[in-house]
Every structure is written in structure tokens, then in C-alpha cells.
Design a protein around this ligand. Structure first.
Ligand SMILES: Nc1ncnc2c1ncn2[C@@H]1O[C@H](COP(=O)(O)OP(=O)(O)OP(=O)(O)O)[C@@H](O)[C@H]1O
Ligand SMILES: [Mg+2]
Length: 503
């Protein structure tokens, strides 16, 4: 290597953003405790840690959303002041964990939101469309800029957010769990975009609970635990186990599948059909059985769950629980018949953000806790405390507003709610999405224990390892149909993927 090359490499790796001594507390929580963090030009830094470790808080600080109690953030030597427009000016673009597009606005409008190119105060629609189209072409060339964002799948919405971030010509792109609603090909596409941005000198910060992704894309890893910096290392010095040890501070056990007795049919779905969504779907799940539902994003798995649970209507066919047909499009009847659903889009569909953790846990139980119309406060408290402990939900108290919990802990609250109710059939839609490695293995154990207790479980998951380790049988969906029903012995990553894409 010549001297010039050495200098240029050193120059490339200079820190662009430096966060020094960052401390931030919320009522009852020290979210960040004297954390140092930096990102370098042309590098991908993965920010890792268990649920509630402080990742999103650090990101919100770099995005100018929160002011640190102590500490300072600079970008190329310029101090960041705590407001989003300052972050934007110094070149930090952020895709937040709970960001949403404006559903009624077009893709192009969402990309250009707040930064419409104006001339003499006029909104130049054509220029706006051109810029949006350029950003979109890099990330999601299959999307039409004039489609309303609300009509897009959650995977496509995420791509639009990424297009919005890159259209700003930012120096630092921060992504808080960007891959959670993407299918494998979409993740590939995102990572190609990331590689491309990186090669052009952009710094990228990325949070993911999937270590495979981290090892694919990251150059450096920074680990937080309980608000404290554990360390920053080049990825070349790490392996899977080392990262987990840094994150968790202990070994994580692999889940061991037990043999369970299988009982009577709990769920029987017959010829369920909904035009353009579900086509002639029939299958059964027995007591004590864990049936996996694999497929790509958009294959109709969540739509099937919504139809069984009565949130969505269907045109023909039937759903029976324990031999008794439940009426279509009637979630209350489904709940009474013993169906529980942990939906994929927790924040929008499942949690009441302004209510406490306790109320969110006991929400589905109100008819059982109340006697003669009175709500037994003591009983509600006891159930909430038990479930919060069982799932190790990290919250200052059961009275804390659920919207202030970290993403993964909100997810645990939704799970806790359904566990509290002990349904006959539990449908879990991507239950470990956004959940850290330690909690993932706890949730796997929990699913097994529920099945051992006789619950019928339908596990929708895009994570093949999760499907392969936990389930007794795998159904594969593609384009609204069941393309395969695979007994455990035949369910391999290859067969599942082939039926998911071409079966
Ligand atoms: N606005 C807020 N008000 C009160 N507490 C908060 C607020 N935001 C975050 N916290 C708390 O700060 C801690 C860190 O949360 P943060 O969202 O940064 O975690 P995280 O590492 O992103 O976790 P996850 O992987 O679950 O997304 C948590 O205990 C959380 O409950
Ligand atoms: Mg987070």
C-alpha cells in the first residue's frame, strides 16, 4: 500500500459523528449512562443490545429528538442541537423504529415530505416527482411514485422511508430495525443499497436483532447493555457467541424440542376463500400441536390470521373451534370461542399506547376479572404482575404508559395479554420480530410450554430457524394458497423456500 493509499484509508475512516458521554434518564429509568459512540465514513456500525438497552434512545438523540441530560454530539465538528431540523442540517437522516408514512399521501409526497422543492414559494410538482423517482429507483424501482402510501405493504412502506432518507444526501443514515418487515429478497435489496451508499462514503448505523444480518453487513459493532456501553469492536474480531455474550452477559440456551402428546382438533379451517386474498384454504391444528406457517411477506399469512380471528371478512368457507363454527367477521365471538391473536403490527393493532402496561396486559380479560360488573383491582394487578414477571418485561412499573417502553418490551406486553387469557388456540404472527436474542429463546421456551399445556398454536414466522426448531408441521403459503403441508421430517429450509416461491 502506498503512503497516499494509507492516508486515504485513514481519511475514510475518520469519525463523522461523535457522541461523547451521553446520559439520558426518563422517569424511573436511566436509559443511557455516559455512553460514547462514533460512526466513521464508509462504514456500517451495528448498534446492538437487548430490548430496552437504550439503542432507540441513542438514535433519537442523534436524530435531534431528545436532548441529552449530559454529553454532546458533533457531526464533522459541528455540534448537534436537540431538534430534528438541526440533525437534518448537519446531515443525519434517521428511519425510526416506529415511524409511519402519511397513508393518504402519495409515495412521492412522503419521500419529499417537509422538503418540497419550491420556486418562489410555489410547489413544483414535477420536480418533486423527479427527485422522489430518483431516490425510489435506487431502493424500490418496482413502486409507482403516485400510489398512496397507505395502499403499500408494510415492506414497501419501509422501502419508501429508506428512499426518503437517501433523497436527503445525508452523511449519516441511521436505521432502527429496518429489516423487520422485509422478506429475504427485500433484505438483499436493502443491503445492496447499503453497500452502495457505503462505497460512496456514507456512514450507516443499523439496529437489528438478527445477528446473521449483522455479520453480513456490519464493519463494526457497538453493544449497549442496560444503558451502558459494553464496547465497540470490528466485526472481524467477533463471532456469534461473542456478540451474544457482550449483549446478554450470559450464555443463551438453545431451545430443545420436546415430544408432546397431540390431542383433539382445536382449529379446523375449511375451504376459506376471500377474493384476491385467500384461496380455498383448509387445515387443522390440534391441541398441543405447533403448526408453522411459512411464506414470503405478502403471501397472505397475516390475512389468513385476520380472517380466522374475525377481523377480516371472507366470502366462503368456515372456521371451527372445538367442532363449533364461529361466525365470520366477529372478533368478539372468536375470542369467546377461545382464539387469541398476537398480530404482526403490534403498535397499530394491539396496544393502547396511552394506557398503562397493566391495563394493556389485562385488556382481553376484563370480562373475566370483573364480577357482577365490578372490576377486581387486586386481581387485575396480580395477573398483570405475574405476566410482567413471566416475560421479563422491562418497565419501571406496571402503571407506566406502554408507549414509553422500548419496541421489544411493547411486543412482550401484547404476548403477555394473550397468555393471561389462556386461549385454546393462539395465533402468533411473527412473535419474535423486534425481540432480542435472550428474549427470543425465552419466548420459544414459552411457546413450547404452552403447547405442552395443551394449547394449539399457529406460528406465523418468516424466520426459518424459528419455524424449523419449534414446529411439528409446516404449512407454506404462496399467493393466498397453501402450497405445501410438510411434516417435520420434510421441512427443511430448501423445501420451504421452494414452495414459498414457486410451489
Ligand atoms: N419516552 C420515554 N419515556 C419513558 N421511558 C422511556 C422513553 N423512551 C424510552 N424509555 C425507556 O428507556 C429504556 C431504553 O429504551 P430504548 O427504546 O432506547 O430501548 P431499545 O434498546 O431501543 O430496545 P428495543 O430493542 O426493545 O427496541 C427503556 O427502559 C424504555 O422503557
Ligand atoms: Mg428500539
Amino acid at each position: 500500500m502506498s503512503v497516499a493509499e494509507v492516508i486515504s484509508v485513514a481519511e475514510d475512516l475518520r469519525p463523522v459523528l461523535i457522541a461523547k458521554g451521553i446520559t439520558k434518564s426518563f422517569p424511573g429509568v436511566l436509559a443511557l449512562d455516559n455512553v460514547d459512540f462514533d460512526v466513521r465514513a464508509g462504514e456500517v456500525t451495528a448498534l446492538l443490545g437487548e430490548n430496552g438497552a437504550g439503542k432507540s434512545t441513542l438514535i433519537k438523540m442523534m436524530a435531534g429528538f431528545y436532548a441529552p441530560d449530559r454529553g454532546e454530539i458533533t457531526v464533522d465538528g459541528v455540534a448537534l442541537s436537540p431538534d430534528p431540523s438541526s440533525a437534518h442540517r448537519v446531515g443525519v437522516a434517521t428511519i425510526h423504529q416506529d415511524a409511519h408514512l402519511v397513508p393518504a399521501m402519495s409515495v412521492a409526497e412522503n419521500i419529499m415530505l417537509g422538503r418540497w422543492p419550491t420556486r418562489y414559494g410555489w410547489l413544483n410538482k414535477r420536480l418533486q416527482k423527479e427527485r422522489a423517482a430518483r431516490a425510489l429507483a435506487r431502493v424500490a424501482p418496482h413502486l409507482n411514485p403516485s400510489t398512496p402510501a397507505g395502499r403499500l405493504s408494510s415492506a414497501d412502506q419501509q422501502l419508501v422511508e429508506i428512499a426518503r432518507a437517501i433523497s436527503e444526501d445525508s452523511k449519516v443514515l441511521i436505521m432502527d430495525e429496518p429489516t423487520t418487515s422485509l422478506s429475504p429478497p427485500e433484505i438483499d435489496r436493502l443491503f445492496n443499497v447499503v453497500e452502495d451508499l457505503k462505497s460512496k462514503g456514507m456512514s450507516i448505523v443499523f439496529v437489528s436483532h438478527w445477528l446473521e444480518e449483522v455479520f453480513r453487513i456490519a464493519d463494526r459493532v457497538t453493544v449497549l447493555r442496560d444503558g451502558r456501553l459494553i464496547g465497540t469492536r470490528p466485526i472481524s474480531e467477533l463471532d456469534h457467541d461473542k456478540v451474544i455474550r457482550m449483549m446478554v452477559g450470559r450464555e443463551v440456551r438453545d431451545t430443545i424440542l420436546t415430544k408432546r402428546p397431540v390431542g383433539d382438533v382445536v382449529l379446523k379451517v375449511s375451504k376459506l376463500t376471500r377474493e384476491n386474498v385467500l384461496e380455498n384454504i383448509s387445515f387443522e391444528v390440534r391441541a398441543g400441536e405447533i403448526v408453522g406457517m411459512a411464506g414470503l411477506v405478502g403471501a397472505g399469512r397475516s390475512e389468513l390470521a385476520a380472517a380466522i380471528f374475525g377481523i377480516d371478512p371472507y366470502d366462503s368457507g368456515s372456521v371451527e373451534i372445538g367442532g363449533i363454527a364461529i361466525p365470520p367477521n366477529d372478533p368478539k365471538a372468536a375470542i369467546e370461542a377461545g382464539v387469541g391473536l398476537v398480530p404482526e403490527d403490534r403498535r397499530q393493532q394491539a396496544l393502547v399506547g396511552l394506557m398503562s402496561v397493566k391495563s394493556n396486559v389485562t385488556l382481553s380479560l376484563l370480562d373475566r376479572i370483573s364480577r357482577f360488573g365490578f372490576l377486581s383491582m387486586a386481581k387485575e394487578q396480580a395477573i398483570a404482575d405475574r405476566e410482567i414477571r413471566a416475560l421479563a418485561v422491562k418497565t419501571p412499573s406496571s402503571k407506566t404508559r406502554v408507549s414509553t417502553l422500548s419496541g421489544g418490551n411493547q411486543q412482550k406486553v401484547v404476548l403477555a395479554r394473550w397468555l393471561a387469557r389462556k386461549p385454546k388456540l393462539l395465533i402468533l404472527d411473527e412473535p419474535t420480530k423486534g425481540i432480542d436474542v435472550g428474549a427470543k429463546s425465552e419466548i420459544s421456551e414459552l411457546i413450547l410450554r404452552l403447547a405442552e399445556g395443551g394449547m394449539a398454536i399457529l406460528l406465523i414466522s418468516s424466520e426459518l430457524p424459528e419455524i424449523l426448531t419449534l414446529t411439528d408441521r409446516v404449512l407454506v403459503m404462496r399467493s393466498g394458497r397453501i402450497s405445501a403441508s410438510l411434516p417435520k421430517e420434510r421441512a427443511t429450509a430448501e423445501t420451504i423456500m421452494s414452495f414459498a416461491t414457486t410451489g
